[in-house]
Design a binder for this molecule. Structure first.
Ligand code: ADP
Ligand code: CA
Length: 506
């Protein structure tokens, strides 16, 4: 019916045109004015909404870890301010030398050590953005241990670092020690922010961080239960979603301190020589007792009357190494419904996990980042690596630092024991772990989460629907203009000003 009616209308229009041509001076003028008005409307509307060239804001975070310090520069679109633009890593710089906690006796050197990377940051951030770029330094387990050992020395290190950072043209926001809980929680925020899980309200990924002096585990357990252990619980409201995060940081369970724990276990009677199954056959080093026991993680275990040095010999036996590593964990007491180790509460594991920092370095070197490979195969491969003679290992990897090279067997055994015996990953759930270094170009670690939190860049509530992109805006304006134009033409056809006796089209 409607098709017939439309066909009829067109015929009528044609007939009318024959009787009364449309191109009278009045209709021509109206049409020209109409077309000019529509073109002007579209042009003005499109130009008004034209996107300005992208400008960025910047933020700098220094990760003062136990083994070394790294500087990260983040950037985000300036006009989108807090919540809509994505923050991403623009640049990173590895500070030469050791972590700031190693400068306890010469604190000024801790400040000095940061200069090179800071000068690099001055070049990386556009000059006109310097004064408004926030600069943060966060120190982790190395400084926690120094603070426990000698709080005066740790204060002096912070003062020296502060003095050095204030010399640069950025907006200095302070240097402080992160609690283990913050370190774990911000690592979790980083991983889930970079994966776009928070904004979209998707199921979150757990975060596993292995440092030199501490290690963190953070995840959202399956069922929301009031935690049996409030100190392990962190709640967040992000983009309108509530998260109840379980997190724990084990001080002294970073891979460097755990090696001290394992060596302390093997040297408790103060021998002159130990045959260590976690080091390669042929490995042989003379080590100093006082250096080994110079850490609050082991200082109270130093054997009485031990010689000055001991001879550290490698045996390369993975099975025995696992036994040595197990000794650093205490599985006996748990006052909660369930524990990981050392009497620490841990709810059942849930979801996918991202394992970064030393988890990645070690597993990447060992070619074991593929977690679809069965755990038994992973162990077999590691056993082969451990049994390889030390001179062969050095020959095969001349580019890798000898200290790292010597410790990959131990670290690999520790990682597998920590994950399975410590955190209770099974041969099935092991495949839910992904060993990662970066996510979409940004390093996985606590620094991004820390900055997002301090700059209030993740809103508690979901932002209003984002403004229409320029292309969408142009399309809508064009469609509306075409519609107006079509209606105008129809109007001209049907109600010509010159005709007084128009037939009514029904
Ligand atoms: N290429 C590498 N191979 C092996 N281990 C590495 C490599 N690069 C860094 N690491 C280790 O990663 C760990 C990083 O820990 P770090 O962040 O400094 O300490 P924490 O987080 O406990 O304060 C250290 O044990 C360091 O030796
Ligand atoms: Ca770290």
């Amino acid at each position: 019916m409607s098709a017939q009616r439309a066909a009829g209308s067109l015929t009528d229009c044609r007939e009318m045109k024959e009787k009364n041509p449309w191109h009278t001076p009045v209709t021509i003028s109206i049409t020209v004015i109409g077309v000019i008005a529509i073109v002007a409307l579209v042009t003005v509307a499109v130009l008004q909404n034209k996107p300005v060239p992208q400008k960025y804001k910047y933020g700098i975070v220094l990760d003062a870890g136990s083994s070394h310090t790294a500087l990260y520069i983040y950037k985000w679109p300036a006009e989108k301010d807090n919540n809509t633009g994505r923050v991403e890593q623009e640049h990173s710089c590895k500070v030469k030398g050791k972590g700031i906690s190693s400068y306890a006796e010469t604190p000024w050197q801790a400040g000095e050590s940061l200069t090179e990377c800071m000068e690099d940051a001055v070049k990386q951030v556009p000059t006109k953005r310097h004064f408004e770029t926030p600069l943060y330094l966060g120190a982790t387990a190395g400084m926690r241990l120094l603070h426990m050992e000698n709080s005066v020395a740790s204060d002096k290190v912070f003062q020296a670092v502060e003095k050095s950072l204030q010399k640069f043209p950025f907006s200095y926001q302070g240097a402080r020690m992160l609690s283990g809980q913050e370190e774990g929680a911000f690592g979790w925020v980083t991983v889930n922010y970079l994966d776009d899980r928070l904004k979209q309200g998707l199921e979150t990924t757990g975060a596993l961080d292995l440092g030199g002096a501490s290690t963190q585990i953070s995840f959202v357990p399956k069922n929301y239960i009031i935690s049996e252990s409030p100190s392990n619980s962190v709640t967040f409201r992000l983009y309108g979603n509530d998260y109840n995060l379980y997190t724990h940081s084990f001080l002294c369970y970073g891979k460097d301190q755990v090696l001290r724990l394992a060596l302390a276990h093997q040297t408790k009677s103060g021998p002159g020589e130990i045959a260590d199954p976690c080091f390669h056959p042929g490995y042989s080093e003379s080590k100093n007792y006082s250096v080994l026991y110079d850490s609050p993680c082991v200082s109270d275990r130093k054997p009485q009357g031990a010689p000055v040095t001991f001879h550290h010999k490698g045996e390369g036996n993975f099975q025995q190494c696992q036994e040595v590593v197990k000794n650093v964990f205490n599985f006996t007491s748990c006052k909660y419904s369930r524990c990981s180790f050392n009497g620490v509460f841990q709810p059942p594991l849930h979801g996918q996990f991202g394992a970064f920092s030393a988890y990645y370095y070690v597993m990447d070197f060992l070619n074991l980042t593929d977690t679809s490979v069965p755990l038994t195969t992973v162990k077999d491969k590691l056993a082969k690596h451990c049994a390889t003679p030390w001179n062969q290992i050095i020959q095969q990897h001349p580019e890798i630092h000898v200290k790292y090279l010597a410790e990959y067997c131990f670290s690999g055994a520790y990682i597998l024991t920590l994950l399975t015996e410590g955190y209770n990953f099974t041969s099935e759930s092991y495949s839910s772990i992904k060993f990662i270094k970066k996510i979409k170009g940004s390093d996985a670690g606590w620094t991004l989460g820390y900055m997002l939190n301090l700059t209030n860049m993740i809103p508690a509530e979901a932002p209003d629907s984002p403004p229409l992109p320029h292309a969408g805006y142009v399309s809508i304006v064009t469609v509306i203009a075409l519609l107006i134009f079509t209606l105008f033409i129809i109007f001209l056809c049907r109600f010509r000003p010159s005709s007084s006796k128009q037939p009514q089209i029904v």
